[in-house]
Design a protein around this ligand. Structure first.
Ligand code: GLN
Length: 201
């Protein structure tokens, strides 16, 4: 399907190798989008946006490589496909990854450096209200689960921080989060992403 054949509802692909993809599908549909699970290259056809969910980044990239998705997804995002990456998805997108598997391959498209599980084992999961730029003052419930710590940012816009570290960043049509909005009932970030996906570049 080409762009001119689209309806006015966004079609968002959700990478479904493993991890929290079903939760993103629920949130995106509640935010008014149509969704499609992405498991093969053909599933990328005609998408307005893609979500790289949380889960386990090492397993996710290994499976993407195995099914031949690593390169096509990289090309699609490099070509301007709107992308929402959460937690492991942020690691998959990041240019530099510390404490990854030695052979861990990623997309390397987002100009940040992350440390896997960087918030430490003793605080594997926590919740904190966040001030996110563009959310009109009302705090967003930040759910962190073995999240990556953003240790370096390059040419990205920081949308939110927690204890001095960026936890939400934007680079062109990519939004990446250390936390999990799909595990909350707050749809604001998904709605915002659906709008971004529909704003033709
Ligand atoms: N620690 C996981 C990883 O390294 C990410 C955790 C998550 O996505 N909730 O991939």
């Amino acid at each position: 399907m080409n762009r001119s054949a689209r309806t006015d509802r966004a079609l968002i692909g959700v990478l479904a190798m493993q991890g929290a993809f079903a939760e993103h599908v629920r949130a995106l549909e509640a935010a008014g989008a149509r969704t499609r699970l992405v498991r093969a290259q053909a599933d990328l056809e005609g998408l307005d946006g893609i979500v790289l969910p949380g889960g386990e980044s090492t397993t996710m990239t290994m499976l993407m490589e195995r099914v031949g998705l690593l390169e096509p997804v990289r090309e699609a995002i490099r070509g301007g496909l709107a992308t929402l990456a959460t937690c492991a998805g942020m690691i998959v997108l990041a240019r530099d990854v510390t404490d990854g598997m030695p052979e861990q391959k990623g997309l390397g498209l987002l100009d940040i450096g992350v440390r896997r599980n960087g918030y430490g084992r003793q605080v594997e999961s926590f919740e904190s209200p966040l001030h996110i730029e563009g959310m009109n003052g009302k705090e967003f419930p930040g759910v962190f689960i073995r999240s990556p710590l953003v240790e370096r940012t390059g040419d990205v816009k920081v949308l939110a921080t927690y204890e001095g570290h960026p936890v939400a960043v934007r680079q062109d049509r990519i939004v990446a989060l250390c936390f999990h909005p799909e595990l909350t009932s707050d749809l604001r970030l998904h709605r915002e992403f659906v709008r971004l996906a529909m704003a033709r570049p």
